[in-house]
Design a protein. Structure first.
Lengths: 232, 248
């Protein structure tokens, strides 16, 4: 996450002091990525060293102000124009966990998936509730409207991200069910499934009943359900 | 089932609900003993892969199908134990159904569509129209009252269908993939309406495979192979971000 460019973007609107930058950064992103004042000052010092910002005197209350330089404005412009680098995908604990769970003896991968799905959907419920509040704030259009819009965009990004994860989990489960028959034939002796612990979003209990696994098999049990009647 | 509002009785209660299709070798267990209570003010989403029993659950809850065993209690009445006539009356008075393809009657205006269940219930056409207009007004749809379905967008039709589902004293809305035919922005406005009706005291059950729409619910129930395997409760949204902040 680029604090440097975030601070430059705020300074582009006019001179600001350190804790003011922190407050504005957080109100736009709803404290999703909280900054401490130390980080702000360290970053400002580096920006100053690189000639992207300069000291701009003091305000009436004696706060040291910073202003963006021409070089800083040029760097900011470039940041907006340059797409975020996707060449090196960030390490994703959930992907790694599922990659490791495939074929691992004694791991009920469907329980792992359901446990994560629970946590992911629950995070989405929370984000959606916050989004409904943010929408109300934007529609009521008070003085902080611009910050509310920024916060709404951040929330929607979180919702899309969790949605992608939930969809991917559904896909993984469907894929594993389809592949389960040959896998079962090769499956080794049964072992008890360890409690699945979801990644990041708040604690969730392991799925009750999701270990409804036939003791004669391991990983991906349950026969294909294509024969089941009706939609839904 | 966790009872969030112990002082109120559920609008819908599913008790050990079983639905089996066929028998012997071709027997299919669509639902295997489902328990679920939905209280006033609550929106419950039901998720699960195809064939998990989501739609079966909804058709049973709406009295459109009969369970193999178990009870469906709507507003205190077990609809599996009443005669056809009383069941039809229950469906007119107490159960609102919202379908993926809206199911508005093309020859009737929005207001007439919304008034229809009341009229069928023997209320005078004038009174039914008054309550239909009130329902449309309350949902911000008054301007659509005199339009025919083919003069409305999909999202508008679906919002009118929600008004029809909740006209008069009805406070149970069963929605089967209500956003299935809508683009994501419009789908969201339909969900926002459903959410606000539940916030105003209705009880809703939403069947969907879209996590983003399920996330509008207070509770998400996961079905697999006819059983509830898991469910989420909504935590306090504001604690989420402070929790994240503390963890970083």
């Amino acid at each position: 996450m680029s604090i440097r460019h975030g601070l430059l973007a705020l300074l582009e609107r006019g001179p600001r002091y350190g804790s003011q930058l922190r407050t504005e950064f957080e109100s736009r992103t709803g404290s999703t990525w909280p900054l401490n004042v130390g980080q702000v000052y360290t970053t400002l010092a580096r920006l100053e060293r690189d000639g992207l910002v300069a000291p701009g005197g003091e305000d009436a209350a004696g706060h040291t102000l910073y202003v963006i330089t021409d070089t800083g404005s040029a760097e900011l412009r470039q940041w907006y124009e340059r797409p975020v680098d996707r060449a090196n995908p960030p390490r994703d604990e959930l992907s790694i966990k599922l990659a490791m769970a495939v074929g691992s003896p004694g791991v009920d991968i469907r329980a792992v998936i359901q446990s994560q799905r629970h946590a992911t959907i629950r995070a989405m419920q929370d984000y959606t509730r916050l989004k409904a509040q943010a929408l109300t704030a934007v529609e009521s259009g008070d003085a902080h409207e611009r910050d509310d819009v920024a916060w709404l965009l951040v929330l929607e990004q979180l919702i899309f991200q969790t949605e992608a994860e939930a969809r991917w989990l559904d896909h993984c489960e469907a894929r594993l069910v389809r592949l389960s028959l040959p896998a079962d034939r090769r499956a080794a002796a049964p072992r008890p499934s360890p409690a699945a612990e979801p990644v990041n979003p708040p604690a969730a209990t392991a799925a009750p009943g999701s270990s409804r696994t036939d003791p004669a098999t391991t990983t991906t049990t349950t026969p294909p359900s294509s024969a089941r009647a009706r939609r839904g | 089932m966790p009872d969030q509002r112990p002082s109120q009785s559920p609008v819908l209660q599913l008790d050990q609900l079983v639905r089996t299709h066929g028998s012997g070798a071709t027997e299919v267990h669509a639902l295997r003993g489902i328990n679920l209570s939905v209280f006033p003010g609550e929106l419950v989403a039901v998720m699960g892969p195809s064939g998990s029993g989501k739609s079966t659950l909804l058709t049973l809850a709406g009295g459109l199908d009969t369970p193999t065993s178990g009870r469906v209690i709507v507003e205190g009445t077990d609809i599996t134990a009443v005669g056809r006539k009383q069941l039809a009356a229950m469906r007119r008075r107490s159960i609102g159904y919202v379908f993926q393809d809206y199911n508005l009657i093309p020859a009737l205006t929005a207001a007439e569509n919304v008034a229809l269940p009341r009229e069928l219930d023997g209320i005078s056409a004038r009174k039914a129209r008054v309550s239909a207009l009130a329902a449309l007004e309350e949902m911000g749809l008054r301007q659509l009252a005199d339009r025919f379905p083919d003069e409305m967008s999909g999202g508008q039709q679906q919002r009118v269908a929600i008004a029809r589902a909740l006209v008069g004293d009805r406070r149970l809305v069963l929605a089967d993939e209500p956003t299935g035919a809508l683009d994501s922005e419009t789908g969201e406005s339909v969900l926002a309406l459903l959410r606000s009706r539940c916030d105003a005291g209705a009880a809703g059950v939403l069947v969907t495979h879209e996590p983003r729409f399920a996330a509008w619910a207070d509770r998400v129930v996961f079905l697999r192979d006819g059983s509830v395997v898991d469910e989420t409760l909504r935590s306090h949204a504001d604690s989420l971000l402070s929790g994240r902040a503390a963890g970083q």
